[in-house]
Design a protein around this ligand. Structure first.
Ligand SMILES: [Zn+2]
Length: 151
């Protein structure tokens, strides 16, 4: 279900109920996507929501799958603590902070942070432009007016 929905529709177009069902499935598969310290957490969102839809379509689940493979090898104590402190777009680039720091997972997130600057954050197509004032990486169709072609 998780992969199916992301291929067929935009996550951000789901109704609240569809998003809830989707996030229950997503967080069952990747428990570290559950936000920490949110007492009234209701599964209408997950930490992955901090990722722009274009990146989410292009590599979101692929990234979760790679992290999950390492997560499964962690000790029960670390697994219990392991979570995302922050996941967002900053200066056009994906930024993820995990707690606690696990070297192998840091390597994976660095890889996807780097990859994010090559993918249009709006649609997931290869990025061909970089905007100047508000830095972002975009395909030709979604390039902002102040964009310059990527070399
Ligand atoms: Zn685009």
């Amino acid at each position: 279900m998780v992969n199916q929905i992301l291929k067929d529709m935009d996550y951000f177009l789901l109704t609240k109920r569809e998003a809830l069902l989707y996030n229950v499935a997503l967080c069952t598969k990747y428990p570290w996507l559950v936000p920490k310290d949110v007492p009234e957490y209701d599964y209408t969102w997950s930490m992955l929501d901090g990722m722009p839809i274009g990146w989410r379509k292009a590599f979101g689940i692929e990234m979760c799958e790679e992290i999950q493979q390492v997560y499964e090898t962690l000790s029960p104590e670390i697994k219990k603590e392991f979570c995302i402190l922050d996941l967002k777009e900053k200066f056009g680039e994906l930024v993820i902070y995990f707690y606690p720091v696990v070297d192998e997972i840091e390597k994976i997130s660095r890889k996807y942070e780097k990859l994010s600057t090559t993918v249009c954050q709006f649609c997931g197509a290869p990025a061909t432009n970089v905007s100047q004032g508000w830095i972002g990486y975009w395909c030709d169709a979604h390039a902002r007016k102040d964009s310059k072609p990527l070399k």
